[in-house]
Design a protein around this ligand. Structure first.
Ligand code: M6R
Length: 612
């Protein structure tokens, strides 16, 4: 959470920083701020979105070839102008931007107050800039040395950039457990929470490692050291990202664009991995660690939010197709409950951003316990993708809408490929079924496109539910995690309370909620347990609930009893979630839109949850 951008070079820093902050706004949008140096230091900050900052600074001095900027997701201190970053040291000499949490800020603050420091904000970050300033003043230290010593006293997570008014020829940056990318241009440098602000300026990047400090100067030189003062040889990588992927194009919102991208992103995830005509399916990530993966006694999948729902589908897929026991864990629970993890376990982390703090911590724990760790990640070069022993990128491209859509189907696609690959090799999938699955897989992008054709119908339907306060989502088997995902999508962007349940669990409690005002979305595709789900719909109707059923194309039985039916194409049962989630994504989008909600930037949320 929080996005940081900094620039030093020969160009005007302000437009680069603002453009970068807009690209990072998915990480938080409680307030935004910039500090620019041009003979003097100008700091501007404002509660609200980056555009509020842009309006606020109109007519002000925005010149300078060096600057830092921040977009905030509030942790310590409410979202207001004062708590907005950048923060400054007592004498205004240093300014800092920070993503993360300084956990021991209270102790440090107390000591600094005793030394005579005064604080203006409620943030943990302000403590850090005072501490760096105090160390610098005390022993007349170079900024990088003061930063290094200060960070060795800090407990917590940080990605920071510090600008010194007395030496604006350089910026000092550092990271631990929060991401930071360094972009190297021609006699210029960019620092950012992810690589998107760099696109269009440079394609040479260095992903900083934990406890590394970078000093970048306006003479085109830079140096990376560890917090223990050891000089590092930077690993410069080429960035492969284009501008179209970062813009909305003709769509009104990123979320809608990302929903519509799914036929392509699913195809991209399968590209080079599946060839039905030649009869093969490859997963490089598994091949790299084949022995440990095939000898694993158990798979543990750890994730948060939507990625956790994808993991649940993974459990169904792995157990059915590859006959491997799977446990699915909330990463936040796994990391703190002293779990039993052995050397012959494989722990799979699923994460769109590759930066989720709880997922990272769960992986580190699993690594310490000797398990093989595997990542299913979207964001290339992210922290999770770099600490795993092996993994599979989902190749969905940047996902900017806070509500995850194409990353979810990418994760499910990757899990599906893994399950089929392992099942076939382990002999749990017969050859004929294997070929049927490969052929079925290749048809999925076209079927997702067909499923998207329900958009108009869903838009009309959405109008009927804009004033609803609660919604129930029910599904069985592969469609149970889809019920959870449909409910999460609705609540996070429309603020309507929604719950997902296994359909058969309804009668163990939630049925009490059903009356003529309760919309119940039932994912009732025509495969195993079809009769059971028909009975569940009857039970809802008997209590006058309003049933919106997601059915397989051509289904005639359910349309007779449901109030509304939305059809999706038929497919092999393990691929159903890739299609059944589409109308639910659209439903939440249209309901939220009709309620006037900010679809791409829902309240209180940030896309990348880099704090606990
Ligand atoms: O980047 P990750 O996949 O690790 O993020 C996990 C969750 O924070 C994320 O899926 C969240 O639940 C989304 N907003 C859901 O749409």
């Amino acid at each position: 959470m929080c996005g940081i951008v900094a620039y030093i070079g020969k160009k005007d820093a302000y437009p680069i920083i603002i453009k970068g902050l807009k690209r990072l706004e998915y990480r938080g949008y409680d307030s935004a701020g910039v500090a620019l140096f041009n003979g003097d230091l100008n700091v501007y900050k404002k509660k609200g979105k980056v555009n509020d900052l842009v309006s606020f600074v109109k007519g002000k001095n925005l010149s300078g070839n060096v600057g830092i900027g921040h977009t905030r997701w509030a942790t310590h201190g409410e979202p207001n102008d004062i708590n907005a970053h950048p923060h400054t040291s007592d004498d205004g000499r240093l300014t800092i931007i920070h993503n993360g949490i300084i956990e021991n800020y209270a102790t440090l603050k107390e000591a600094l107050i005793k030394e005579g420091h005064t604080f203006t904000s409620d943030t943990d970050t302000e403590v850090l800039v005072h501490l760096i300033g105090a160390l610098q003043d005390k022993d007349n230290l170079e900024l990088e040395e003061a930063v290094r010593i200060a960070l060795s006293q800090v407990v917590g997570a940080y990605a920071i950039v510090v600008l010194d008014r007395n030496d604006p020829t350089k910026l000092v940056a550092a990271r631990k457990a929060s991401p930071l990318v360094l972009g190297i241009g021609q006699d210029e440098f960019f620092l950012a929470s992810d690589a998107t602000p760099l696109v269009g300026y440079t394609s040479q990047v260095v992903y900083l490692n934990d406890e590394e400090i970078a000093v970048v100067s306006n003479d085109g030189t830079f140096e990376i050291k560890t917090i223990d003062n050891e000089i590092q040889t930077p690993f410069i990588q080429l960035l492969n990202m284009n501008i179209e992927k970062l813009e909305k194009g003709n769509y009104e919102h990123f979320m809608l664009k990302e929903i519509y991208e799914q036929p392509n992103t699913i195809a991209d995830c399968m590209r080079g991995r599946v060839n039905a005509a030649a009869g093969w399916l490859k997963m490089g990530g598994i091949e790299e660690q084949e022995e440990r993966i095939f000898n694993a006694k158990r798979f543990i999948m750890a994730a948060c939010g939507t990625s956790w729902h994808a993991a649940l589908i993974g459990e169904y897929l792995f157990e059915e197709l590859a006959r491997i026991p799977v446990e699915v864990e909330y990463a936040s629970e796994l990391r703190y409950r002293n779990p039993i993890i052995n050397k012959d376990d494989v722990v799979i982390a699923l994460s769109q951003s590759g930066e989720t703090a709880d997922t990272m911590a769960a992986l580190e724990l699993a690594k310490d316990k000797g398990a093989l760790i595997y990542g299913i990640v979207n964001s290339v070069g992210s922290s999770i993708s770099r600490i795993t022993d092996s993994g599979s990128y989902i190749h969905a491209g940047p996902e900017i809408g806070v509500a995850s859509t194409k990353a979810f189907t990418g994760q499910v696609t990757a899990l599906t490929l893994m399950a089929i690959y392992m099942g076939y090799k382990r002999g749990t999938i017969p050859k004929s079924y294997y070929h049927q699955l490969l052929e079925g897989l290749e048809k999925i992008p076209a079927k997702v496109k067909e499923a998207l054709e329900c958009d108009k119908q869903v838009k009309e339907l959405a109008k009927k539910f804009i004033n609803t306060n609660h919604t129930l989502y029910l599904g069985r088997g592969y469609n149970f995690p889809i019920a959870l995902e449909g409910a999460l999508k609705l609540k996070e962007i429309s603020y309507i309370h929604a719950e997902g349940y296994p359909a058969a669990e309804m009668k163990h409690g939630p049925i009490a909620l059903i009356d003529e005002n309760m919309p119940v979305v039932v994912i009732a595709t025509n495969k195993s347990a079809y009769e059971k789900i028909v009975s569940n719909i009857q039970e809802v109707k008997a209590r006058k609930g309003i049933v919106i059923a997601i059915v397989t194309k051509g289904d005639e039985e359910i349309s007779k009893i449901a109030d509304y039916t939305i059809e999706i194409p038929d497919t092999e049962e393990p691929f159903t979630p890739l299609l059944s989630v589409i109308p639910l994504q659209l439903l939440s989008y249209h309901i939220a839109l009709a309620r006037g909600c900010n679809v791409d930037q829902p309240r209180n949320l940030a896309k990348s949850v880099t704090v606990e």
